[in-house]
Design a binder for this molecule. Sequence first.
Ligand code: CMX
Length: 158
Amino acid sequence: MEFIAYLCTLLIIIGLILNTTNMKISHIEHLGIAVQSIEESLPYFTDVLGLECYATEVVEDQKVKTAFLRCGEVKLELLEPTSPESTIQKWLDKGNKGVHHVAFCVEDGVAKGLAEVSEKGVRLIDEKPRKGAEGLNIAFLHPKSTCGILTELCEHPE
Ligand code: CMX
Protein backbone atom coordinates (compact mmCIF):
# COMPACT_ATOMS: atom_id res chain seq x y z
CA MET A 1 0.00 0.00 0.00
CA GLU A 2 2.78 2.34 1.00
CA PHE A 3 4.60 1.43 -2.22
CA ILE A 4 1.56 2.32 -4.35
CA ALA A 5 1.24 5.70 -2.63
CA TYR A 6 4.95 6.30 -3.27
CA LEU A 7 4.56 5.32 -6.93
CA CYS A 8 1.55 7.63 -7.41
CA THR A 9 3.43 10.57 -5.87
CA LEU A 10 6.39 9.89 -8.15
CA LEU A 11 4.16 9.77 -11.24
CA ILE A 12 2.48 13.05 -10.26
CA ILE A 13 5.88 14.74 -9.82
CA ILE A 14 7.12 13.42 -13.18
CA GLY A 15 3.88 14.62 -14.80
CA LEU A 16 4.34 18.09 -13.31
CA ILE A 17 7.94 18.27 -14.51
CA LEU A 18 7.03 17.17 -18.05
CA ASN A 19 4.17 19.64 -18.16
CA THR A 20 6.34 22.61 -17.22
CA THR A 21 9.40 21.73 -19.30
CA ASN A 22 10.11 24.35 -21.91
CA MET A 23 11.15 23.49 -25.45
CA LYS A 24 14.89 23.63 -25.98
CA ILE A 25 16.02 26.54 -28.12
CA SER A 26 19.71 26.17 -28.93
CA HIS A 27 20.37 29.46 -30.69
CA ILE A 28 19.07 32.10 -33.08
CA GLU A 29 19.31 30.34 -36.45
CA HIS A 30 18.86 33.45 -38.54
CA LEU A 31 17.51 36.97 -38.73
CA GLY A 32 15.23 37.59 -41.71
CA ILE A 33 15.92 41.02 -43.21
CA ALA A 34 13.51 42.46 -45.78
CA VAL A 35 15.06 44.37 -48.67
CA GLN A 36 13.59 45.66 -51.90
CA SER A 37 16.63 44.51 -53.85
CA ILE A 38 19.29 41.99 -52.83
CA GLU A 39 21.59 43.31 -55.55
CA GLU A 40 21.45 46.83 -54.11
CA SER A 41 21.59 45.80 -50.43
CA LEU A 42 24.23 43.08 -50.54
CA PRO A 43 27.29 45.37 -50.85
CA TYR A 44 26.54 46.83 -47.40
CA PHE A 45 26.71 43.36 -45.83
CA THR A 46 29.67 42.10 -47.85
CA ASP A 47 31.81 45.18 -48.56
CA VAL A 48 31.09 47.21 -45.42
CA LEU A 49 30.46 44.52 -42.77
CA GLY A 50 32.72 42.01 -44.49
CA LEU A 51 30.27 39.10 -44.26
CA GLU A 52 30.27 36.27 -46.77
CA CYS A 53 27.22 35.57 -48.92
CA TYR A 54 27.36 31.80 -49.36
CA ALA A 55 24.03 31.03 -51.05
CA THR A 56 21.01 32.46 -52.80
CA GLU A 57 17.73 30.65 -53.23
CA VAL A 58 14.24 31.39 -54.52
CA VAL A 59 11.48 30.15 -52.21
CA GLU A 60 8.57 29.93 -54.63
CA ASP A 61 5.72 29.43 -52.15
CA GLN A 62 6.83 32.44 -50.08
CA LYS A 63 7.40 34.55 -53.21
CA VAL A 64 10.86 35.59 -52.10
CA LYS A 65 14.44 35.42 -53.24
CA THR A 66 16.85 34.89 -50.35
CA ALA A 67 20.55 35.52 -49.85
CA PHE A 68 22.34 33.98 -46.87
CA LEU A 69 25.32 35.44 -45.02
CA ARG A 70 27.17 33.92 -42.07
CA CYS A 71 27.79 35.94 -38.94
CA GLY A 72 29.32 33.50 -36.45
CA GLU A 73 26.70 30.92 -35.51
CA VAL A 74 23.86 33.17 -36.67
CA LYS A 75 22.89 33.69 -40.30
CA LEU A 76 21.38 36.72 -41.96
CA GLU A 77 18.70 35.93 -44.52
CA LEU A 78 18.07 38.80 -46.93
CA LEU A 79 14.53 38.57 -48.30
CA GLU A 80 13.64 40.18 -51.61
CA PRO A 81 10.02 39.96 -52.82
CA THR A 82 9.54 38.25 -56.18
CA SER A 83 5.91 39.33 -56.56
CA PRO A 84 3.65 42.22 -55.49
CA GLU A 85 1.66 39.51 -53.63
CA SER A 86 4.66 38.57 -51.50
CA THR A 87 4.17 39.06 -47.77
CA ILE A 88 7.58 40.79 -47.82
CA GLN A 89 6.43 43.26 -50.51
CA LYS A 90 3.29 44.04 -48.50
CA TRP A 91 5.41 44.63 -45.40
CA LEU A 92 7.80 46.93 -47.29
CA ASP A 93 4.85 48.79 -48.88
CA LYS A 94 3.64 49.69 -45.37
CA GLY A 95 6.88 51.60 -44.82
CA ASN A 96 8.69 48.86 -42.90
CA LYS A 97 12.22 47.69 -43.66
CA GLY A 98 15.07 45.89 -41.95
CA VAL A 99 14.63 43.00 -39.50
CA HIS A 100 11.44 41.20 -40.49
CA HIS A 101 11.63 38.06 -38.34
CA VAL A 102 13.74 36.15 -35.84
CA ALA A 103 14.21 32.40 -36.34
CA PHE A 104 14.98 30.19 -33.35
CA CYS A 105 16.46 26.71 -33.71
CA VAL A 106 14.41 24.25 -31.65
CA GLU A 107 16.53 21.29 -30.55
CA ASP A 108 13.63 18.99 -29.72
CA GLY A 109 11.69 19.68 -32.92
CA VAL A 110 9.35 22.27 -34.40
CA ALA A 111 6.23 20.06 -34.10
CA LYS A 112 6.76 19.68 -30.35
CA GLY A 113 7.52 23.39 -30.05
CA LEU A 114 4.31 24.33 -31.88
CA ALA A 115 2.21 22.07 -29.65
CA GLU A 116 3.80 23.57 -26.57
CA VAL A 117 3.49 27.26 -27.49
CA SER A 118 -0.06 26.71 -28.74
CA GLU A 119 -0.92 25.15 -25.38
CA LYS A 120 0.48 28.30 -23.78
CA GLY A 121 -1.86 30.49 -25.82
CA VAL A 122 0.45 31.66 -28.60
CA ARG A 123 -1.27 32.22 -31.97
CA LEU A 124 0.19 30.03 -34.72
CA ILE A 125 0.55 31.08 -38.35
CA ASP A 126 1.59 27.56 -39.35
CA GLU A 127 -0.25 24.74 -37.59
CA LYS A 128 2.43 22.27 -38.55
CA PRO A 129 6.05 22.42 -39.77
CA ARG A 130 6.67 23.03 -43.46
CA LYS A 131 9.75 23.28 -45.66
CA GLY A 132 11.58 26.60 -45.75
CA ALA A 133 14.77 27.90 -47.30
CA GLU A 134 17.85 25.66 -46.98
CA GLY A 135 15.54 22.65 -46.48
CA LEU A 136 14.80 23.57 -42.86
CA ASN A 137 11.56 22.52 -41.22
CA ILE A 138 9.95 25.78 -40.18
CA ALA A 139 6.80 27.30 -38.69
CA PHE A 140 5.85 30.90 -37.94
CA LEU A 141 4.21 32.33 -34.81
CA HIS A 142 2.01 35.42 -35.10
CA PRO A 143 3.67 38.69 -34.00
CA LYS A 144 0.49 39.70 -32.16
CA SER A 145 1.23 37.07 -29.52
CA THR A 146 5.05 37.19 -29.57
CA CYS A 147 5.78 40.70 -28.28
CA GLY A 148 5.51 42.13 -31.81
CA ILE A 149 8.34 39.97 -33.18
CA LEU A 150 7.40 37.76 -36.11
CA THR A 151 8.91 34.52 -34.81
CA GLU A 152 10.03 31.47 -36.77
CA LEU A 153 10.75 28.12 -35.17
CA CYS A 154 13.05 25.91 -37.19
CA GLU A 155 14.98 22.67 -37.14
CA HIS A 156 17.48 21.02 -39.43
CA PRO A 157 15.95 17.89 -40.96
CA GLU A 158 17.53 14.58 -39.86
N1 CMX B 1 6.90 41.86 -37.63
C1 CMX B 1 6.08 42.37 -36.69
N2 CMX B 1 4.77 42.61 -36.89
C2 CMX B 1 4.27 42.32 -38.11
C3 CMX B 1 5.07 41.77 -39.14
C4 CMX B 1 6.44 41.55 -38.87
N3 CMX B 1 7.26 41.03 -39.78
N4 CMX B 1 4.29 41.57 -40.23
C5 CMX B 1 3.05 41.97 -39.90
N5 CMX B 1 3.04 42.43 -38.63
C6 CMX B 1 1.91 42.99 -37.90
C7 CMX B 1 1.34 44.18 -38.64
O1 CMX B 1 2.01 45.37 -38.24
C8 CMX B 1 -0.11 44.18 -38.22
O2 CMX B 1 -0.26 44.84 -37.00
P1 CMX B 1 -1.41 45.96 -36.81
O3 CMX B 1 -2.71 45.19 -36.98
O4 CMX B 1 -1.20 46.47 -35.42
O5 CMX B 1 -1.19 46.95 -37.89
C9 CMX B 1 -0.41 42.68 -38.00
O6 CMX B 1 0.86 42.02 -37.88
C10 CMX B 1 -1.17 42.06 -39.17
O7 CMX B 1 -0.39 42.31 -40.30
P2 CMX B 1 -0.93 42.61 -41.76
O8 CMX B 1 -0.16 43.69 -42.38
O9 CMX B 1 -2.42 42.71 -41.74
O10 CMX B 1 -0.40 41.40 -42.55
P3 CMX B 1 -1.01 40.00 -42.76
O11 CMX B 1 -2.03 39.67 -41.75
O12 CMX B 1 -1.39 39.89 -44.16
O13 CMX B 1 0.28 39.07 -42.48
C11 CMX B 1 1.69 37.78 -41.10
C12 CMX B 1 1.06 39.15 -41.34
C13 CMX B 1 2.73 37.95 -40.01
C14 CMX B 1 0.57 36.81 -40.68
C15 CMX B 1 2.33 37.31 -42.46
O14 CMX B 1 3.36 38.19 -42.81
C16 CMX B 1 2.88 35.90 -42.39
O15 CMX B 1 2.16 34.93 -42.52
N6 CMX B 1 4.23 35.74 -42.17
C17 CMX B 1 4.86 34.42 -42.12
C18 CMX B 1 5.47 34.03 -43.44
C19 CMX B 1 6.54 34.98 -43.86
O16 CMX B 1 6.83 35.99 -43.22
N7 CMX B 1 7.19 34.67 -45.02
C20 CMX B 1 8.26 35.47 -45.55
C21 CMX B 1 9.60 34.91 -45.17
C22 CMX B 1 9.83 33.55 -45.81
C23 CMX B 1 11.18 32.96 -45.52
O17 CMX B 1 11.84 33.28 -44.51
O18 CMX B 1 11.59 32.10 -46.33
